[in-house]
Write a protein that binds this ligand. Structure first.
Ligand SMILES: [Zn+2]
Length: 484
């Protein structure tokens, strides 16, 4: 009998078939106000057990679901961003199974049983040069959450919290088009950027993104891996499972079709004791929710409302503003920074602005502090800073200090008294002008014959003040001093 635990043997790679991976990704639509079929809050985080419930989401007899239309609209936007078709008629199905986290004993979900009736399908995206086909996008309700207490099987207690039950979920089902965990990682990064960009889901929230994967070696049976609670773990689970299957293959052992669970603590996949793979869910049309019609006008409205995609922003930054591709990648992948950029850019300051945001601002705010500072550093702040540097009124290397002050206090450039702002005191500039003239007698003499030579002296003053001297006043004072 084949052992279920990979013993660590390095398989002999001969002509081992290539891995084939398909994904089912569940994303909670965390930005919606209410659950999918009742008015309870979609964001249940931070609430006491079972506080966020009502008769509908705990499945009391006699209750009826009322569909959150906004959830359909947002799911359709996700579908369109993944180049899927959104059908004009959408329907729901009941997936029947008995489990304590599912109080109705069925989950309301979607399925393409009578043609294309889920919220989107048959799309594709290109990731790292590879085209990945999207089979289906479906809208469904999240079940509740089971919490296990106790150490031994004998003393184990299972608690159930229905706060999450009914939270709107979008499931993205891909074709088995991935060939490596690396491709999967690139796809997940793209998806995560895309969902943040649409402001539909916050992928950083615990449990907001979960995944199941199917993995096989080409020509062998498929293994389903369930229970992967983060994208980080997904890559680890795939690497483990591919190595396990390759080891089985190289030893001439079969790879049975089965469902395995990812054990995050032990970092291995283990065979699932449940019969999930063979389960008959007895899908039935959900008769309590009528067909949803989506007309062309609504699709057009959604398209108009959808933000510019990450890819389109990146192209615009490179083509229109001459921003280097690596900087454009970083800037376009985060909607927060991208919006700050677009709010402040001009044809003149764009490159400097992109630099300030990607090298200085991102370092100061970091991922964690972004939220707290988001209201303080605005496009106006950044625009003024980029203009000052572009016009030579401020030294490039002072930008970070000025930004730090802005993030801390919310003050604008003109209100910051760090000594970084432009030096316009005539006495002070005059003193430096005289210093420069006495240090550069030859250049000072040339100005009479060649008025352009004064620019060299302006440059020297700028050097001494690290770019802070007001160029207009400097020029004026230089001219005056040299005439006298
Ligand atoms: Zn409810």
């Amino acid at each position: 009998m084949a052992s279920s635990v990979y013993d660590g043997t390095v398989p002999a790679h001969g002509n081992t078939p290539r891995p084939v991976i398909g994904l089912e990704i569940h994303c909670q639509m965390t930005s919606l106000h209410s659950k999918l079929f009742c008015p309870c809050r979609a964001d249940y985080r931070g609430m006491g057990p079972n506080e966020n419930t009502c008769p509908v989401c705990v499945g009391l007899p006699g209750t009826l679901p009322r569909l959150n239309r906004e959830a359909v609209r947002r799911a359709a936007m996700i579908a369109m961003t993944l180049n899927c078709k959104v059908p004009r008629k959408i329907s729901f199905f009941r997936k029947n199974y008995f489990y304590p986290d599912l109080p109705k004993n069925f989950q309301i979900t979607q399925l393409d049983m009578y043609g294309d009736t889920s919220v989107g399908g048959r799309g594709s995206v290109v990731v790292g040069g590879k085209t990945v086909a999207i089979r289906r996008i479906q809208l469904e309700e999240d079940p509740g959450r089971l919490i296990y207490r106790g150490t031994s099987a004998k003393n184990r207690i299972t608690l159930v919290d229905y706060n999450r039950a009914g939270t709107p979920l979008v499931e993205i089902v891909t074709e088995p088009d991935f060939e490596s965990p690396r491709q999967v990682r690139l796809f997940l990064q793209m998806l995560s950027d895309m969902l943040s960009n649409l402001k539909v889901s916050d992928p950083s929230l615990e449990g907001a993104m979960r995944a199941d994967a199917n993995v096989s070696l080409e020509g062998s049976s498929r293994v389903e891996i369930k229970n992967i609670s983060s994208f980080h773990d997904l890559e680890k689970a795939l690497k483990f499972e591919i190595a396990r299957q390759e080891a089985q293959y190289s030893r001439g052992l079969g790879i049975p079709q089965e469902t395995r669970h990812w054990d995050a603590a032990r970092r291995i996949t283990i065979p699932s004791r449940s019969k999930e793979a063979d389960m008959d869910y007895r899908y039935l049309p959900e008769a309590d929710i009528p067909w949803i019609r989506v007309d062309d006008k609504e699709i057009d409205e959604l398209r108009a409302w959808m933000p510019e995609s990450v890819g389109s922003r990146r192209t615009r930054y490179v083509d229109e503003y001459g921003i280097p591709p690596q900087v454009a990648d970083v800037l376009s992948s985060d909607r927060f920074y991208s919006d700050l950029f677009d709010g402040a850019r001009t044809d003149e300051n764009a490159r400097e602005l992109a630099n300030i945001i990607t090298t200085d601002l991102m370092g100061i705010l970091g991922d964690g502090g972004k939220g707290g500072y988001s209201g303080r550093v605005t496009s106006e702040h950044l625009g003024e800073l980029a203009d000052a540097i572009t016009a030579g009124r401020m030294a490039r290397n002072s930008a970070k200090q000025a930004l730090r002050e802005m993030a801390r206090t919310g003050r604008r450039l003109g209100e910051i008294s760090t000594g970084l702002d432009r030096l316009s005191d005539e006495m002070e500039i005059g003193r430096i002008v005289h210093e420069v003239i006495s240090e550069e007698p030859q250049a000072a003499e040339q100005v009479g014959a060649n008025p352009q030579a004064v620019n060299y002296l302006v440059g020297k003053v700028m050097q001494k003040t690290r770019g802070r001297a007001d160029p207009k006043i400097t020029l004026e004072l230089l001219k005056r001093s040299l005439q006298s």
